[in-house]
Design a protein around this ligand. Structure first.
Ligand SMILES: [Zn+2]
Ligand SMILES: [Zn+2]
Length: 153
């Protein structure tokens, strides 16, 4: 449970810094060839406990996330590590009401699901080893990055 924040000591209106690192499991099939890949995630940011009559049980976490994801090039099928950098702004609540609020149960915010959702949103449809990847020859299956085969296009 590395990707959690204990908020039991916070008071309304307080902002604390948050630096966490840990694995985030991504769903099966997000990138073909890698089942249930775990991204290495690090997050640097802050956590604010909201103040005000109606908001004492709500928390805002914001900052920047970096994730390294083991994946497979969609064109040549080589193993690659894809890096995602994205900004995060998420809400947690002791009494989640809105659809965009994650639960803050037992004074522990579990960031794993929020991070996974942000990573998946930030991923392109296809992960490739490089922009110029030539892929595999559809006829003989050779990796055209290494080898020019003599098949006709
Ligand atoms: Zn490739
Ligand atoms: Zn070929």
């Amino acid at each position: 449970m590395e990707l959690t924040v204990d908020v039991s000591q916070t008071v309304p209106g307080e902002t604390v810094s948050v630096n966490v690192k840990g694995p985030v499991r991504l769903p099966d099939g997000f990138s073909h060839g890698k089942k249930a890949a775990a991204a290495d995630v690090s997050f640097t940011g802050s956590l604010c406990r909201e103040s005000g009559v109606f908001q004492t049980g709500r928390f805002i976490i914001e900052g920047s996330l970096t994730a390294e994801i083991p994946a497979v090039c969609a064109l040549c099928l080589k193993d690659i590590r894809w890096t995602v950098d994205c900004g995060i702004r998420e809400f947690y609540s002791r009494e989640p009401g809105d659809i965009d609020e994650w639960p803050a149960a037992d004074n522990i915010l579990d960031l794993t699901q929020a991070f996974a959702a942000n990573i998946l949103t930030a991923l392109p449809m296809k992960l490739v080893c490089s922009e110029g990847c030539k892929g595999l020859c559809p006829a003989c299956g050779k990796d055209r990055n290494n080898d020019n085969c003599s098949c006709n296009e």
